[in-house]
Design a protein around this ligand. Structure first.
Ligand code: NAD
Ligand code: TYD
Length: 358
């Protein structure tokens, strides 16, 4: 033991979670950062390989729905706060398995909230915040105009969005019913290293580099608002430290792009990186059947968090360049994710991890 305070990060072996853990472990060396992750297909301990051995990083393999495990962690570490990042996160998968999304994103969130509230009721002076990481998708779809604010009504349209909305509703209910100090953040689409290559940007980078078809759903005119993942993670820290209990905070770089324009931007960077002649990538673009219920546009206004002093630091094109370079220089990571070999990492390293966390 021996750290000034402990925080729990769920889903810390996933894309955003691993960036958050890296940030917290390095920034707060006198805090113990306890990572709880079930290591589903999206969880990869290799995402944390550069911080797993840090004295203040403690990895626990477990499921947020398992109240016995969660309660045991609260008893052992007496958490000062929770960053709840874990979720089933891919819209396309939610279309085929909505039950899984309800179980993890709704039930899992309620289990965590319940155990954390039990702890907070006994130790309110030693519990700061429960931060729930949510998404812009709970608001539904925008047309060409307009933008969602923190006051916009929920209108989820995909099973993923519905399940995230369900978890959010319980968090708000815990604040209003019990006074439990919850903060909820909604971010726009993240991009950067370590994103599972089923999502648009990593998939596009890899397929262009490998000369494989890049599927663009529908006409490619759908719009997403993109944020560099490390900017998101800094924002989570700001909201955790200074957000009002019960507060809702949007996290956006106000950076809207049509999907087809993202695909072209990625293609240009991949061609340049590989020294190909300009426009080579174009031959691999394929317009395919649209995603069922495909939301047309998301965009968030995020003034409230700017009032707390946060600003995005990395422009879209700079972040995209870094992301392209990362995927094209981390082929072993990509190969292990694609082959499933990354799942062996736990077995190889778990005894060492247990050693460092006991
Ligand atoms: P991800 O799919 O990359 O990672 C999810 C992590 O959660 C994985 O490590 C997985 O193993 C873990 N997990 C899943 N089920 C679990 C369970 N039952 N118990 C414990 N751990 C479990 O997801 P991501 O893209 O990093 O998204 C993280 C969070 O941010 C999610 O809550 C998501 O809704 C939200 N979000 C994501 C984006 C985005 O663009 N990726 C945008 C806004 C909000
Ligand atoms: P995605 O990365 O799955 O994130 P989300 O659905 O959470 O926004 O998709 C981003 C956008 O790209 C979305 O409008 C769907 C589209 N898309 C494609 O056109 N082709 C693809 O292969 C994928 C994965 C997504």
């Amino acid at each position: 033991m021996g750290f000034e305070r402990y925080v729990l990060v769920t889903g810390g072996a996933g894309f955003i979670g691993s960036h958050l853990v890296r940030y917290l472990v390095r920034r707060y060396r006198d805090w113990g950062i306890v990572v709880l992750d079930a290591l589903t297909y999206a969880g990869n301990l290799e995402n944390l390989s550069d911080v797993l051995d840090a004295p203040n990083c403690i990895f626990v393999h477990g499921d947020i729905r398992d109240s016995v495990v969660v309660e045991g962690l609260f008893r052992r570490y007496g958490f000062w706060g929770v960053f709840h990042v874990a979720a089933e996160s891919h819209v396309d998968r939610s279309i085929y398995d909505p039950v899984k999304f309800a179980e993890v994103n709704v039930v899992g969130t309620v289990v965590l909230l319940s155990v954390a509230m039990w702890w907070w009721r006994r130790h309110s002076d030693r519990f700061h915040r429960f931060l729930l990481v949510s998404t812009d998708e709970v608001y539904g779809s925008l047309g060409e105009e307009g933008v969602f604010t923190e006051e916009s009504p929920y209108n989820p349209r995909s099973p993923y969005a519905a399940s995230k909305a369900g978890g959010d509703m319980f968090a708000h209910a815990f604040f209003h019913t019990y006074g439990f100090p919850v903060v909820v953040t909604h971010s726009t689409n993240n991009f950067g290293p370590y994103q599972f290559p089923e999502k648009l940007i990593p998939l596009t980078i890899l397929h262009f580099a490998e000369g494989k078809p890049v599927p663009v759903y529908g006409t490619g005119e759908n719009v997403r608002d993109w944020i560099w993942v490390e900017d998101h993670v800094r924002a989570l820290d700001v909201v955790f430290q200074r957000g009002e209990p019960g507060g809702v905070y949007h996290i956006s770089a106000h950076n809207e792009w049509r999907n087809i324009d993202v695909v072209h931007a990625v293609g240009k960077l991949v061609d340049a990186y590989l020294g190909r002649s300009e426009g080579t990538y174009r031959r691999w673009i394929r317009f395919v059947a649209d995603r069922p219920g495909h939301d047309f546009r998301y965009a968030l206004r995020a003034e409230r968090i700017r009032g707390l002093g946060w600003r995005p630091q990395v422009s879209f094109l700079e972040g995209l360049k870094r992301t392209v370079e990362w995927y094209l220089t981390h082929r072993e990571w990509v190969d292990r994710v694609r082959s499933g070999a990354y799942r062996q990492y736990l077995k190889r390293h778990y005894s060492a991890l247990l050693g460092s966390s006991s």
